[in-house]
Design a protein around this ligand. Structure first.
Ligand code: PHE
Length: 383
């Protein structure tokens, strides 16, 4: 019974997708792909990004589309798994014939699928993968967010210098199966030490672990002033609860991977008074942000997280590049993506640098009564 239901869903999805591509008229429609974790333990990452993309595409189409064509997005659920991400992107570029791909959120998944886009000459824009290695895969791979070289510094500066923490000592507790967490904790450690702080213990876990008590007990014994936990929200919520139960009461500090409306639901009171760095705050009075917030809330009935904002910016930047290219040739689209300068996005002013990354500020948010609130903005270093 279970099996046949699943089979039916799989067939139905393929049929819809097949129908999409077969019914696409390249003269009047521009086909784009999106691969995302619509289900699985990071499901809000994919869902929010998809919502942001849909909102952007709706606006672009209402304003006449791209180069006179209506934009159509085929989205596949990769369930937050590398193998599924690879299969989804293979399907998008070789069967559906999309002209560009948006995705993924999680760096491990972008790293798994980007080589397929690069090989096929189809540009890929990650809205939110921050691991430095992602865009190094090749000249067709872009992102509209900053990298963890910056995010590590942001978190270290906040931990060392903010009145709210002012830590001399830190513990690090990270997911060793995530490219994102492994990279970010390294950058945090380097920056924290450069700023005169000391990392007194490092502990690891694996995404999906349920019991963190051994590592948290070791951290409590080391008695740090802050614990850096650069993981994804589902694990972080559980870690916060167990840390508080064990009497570890210092603030937890994380990166953008915490960003989900589920963080407060899972972590409850345990996550209050904890901080994370992010790409935007919905409390930013900037009219661009407030306008997006209003439109998003009207359409989806919820406050957009950073992923929704990044999905929105990524879709617009990609569509504008294709419009300027006046072509769906992958090399020409890539040239125009690389030429993106000073785009005034919801997540800040976006210029793509020579390494195909965006340079822009980060914000620090504090969890209060289960929701994130703006604390401060940290600017990229001038160079
Ligand atoms: N930066 C994370 C990664 O690279 C993904 C992420 C971005 C998660 C923004 C939440 C918000 O894996």
């Amino acid at each position: 019974m279970h099996r046949s239901v699943r089979y039916f869903i799989a067939v139905a999805l393929i049929a819809t997708a097949g129908c999409n591509s077969a019914s696409t008229n390249p003269e009047t429609e521009l086909l784009l792909g999106h691969y995302a974790s619509l289900t699985g333990s990071e499901a809000t990452f994919g869902q929010s990004t998809e919502n942001g993309i849909q909102l952007a595409v709706e606006e672009i189409n209402a304003a006449g589309g791209v180069d006179g064509k209506q934009v159509k997005v085929i989205t596949y659920d990769d369930k937050g798994e590398s193998r599924e991400a690879g299969a989804a992107v293979t399907r998008l570029v070789s069967r559906d014939g999309v002209k560009a791909v948006i995705g993924e959120v999680a760096s491990s998944l972008s790293l798994a699928a980007a080589p397929i886009c690069q090989e096929a000459g189809v540009p890929m824009v990650s809205p939110s993968s921050t691991n430095p290695k992602v865009t190094k895969i090749g000249d067709k791979i872009f992102r509209v967010c900053w990298t963890d070289l910056f995010q590590g510094v942001v978190c270290a500066k906040f931990a060392r210098e903010s009145e709210k923490i002012k830590a001399d000592t830190a513990a690090i507790f990270y997911d060793q199966s995530s490219a994102y967490a492994v990279g970010l904790q390294e950058e945090f450690e380097k920056a924290f030490v450069t700023l005169g702080g000391k990392v007194i213990t490092k502990q690891t876990y694996q995404a999906g672990d349920q019991d963190f008590s051994a590592q948290l007990t070791a951290i409590r014994a080391a008695n740090p002033q802050v614990v850096f936990v650069p993981g994804y929200y589902t694990d972080v919520g559980a870690i916060a609860i167990q840390a508080r139960k064990l009497g570890l009461s210092v603030p937890l500090l994380g990166g953008d991977g915490w960003d989900s409306s589920k963080l407060g639901e899972i972590g409850g009171e345990a996550i209050d008074g904890c901080f994370y760095s992010n790409h935007y705050s919905h409390e930013d009075p900037n009219p661009k942000v407030q306008d997006f917030l209003k439109k998003y809330q009207a359409k989806f009935g919820e406050i957009p997280d950073g992923l929704a904002a990044l999905g929105y910016d990524a879709a617009i930047i990609l569509c504008q590049a294709i419009d300027r290219a006046e072509s769906t040739d992958g090399a020409k689209i890539a040239t125009e993506l690389a030429a993106t300068k000073g785009y005034d996005g919801v997540t800040g002013n976006i210029s793509i640098d020579a390494d195909r990354n965006a340079v822009k500020p980060a914000v620090i948010l504090e969890m209060k009564a289960g929701t994130p609130h703006y604390v401060t903005t940290i600017q990229p270093e001038e160079n």
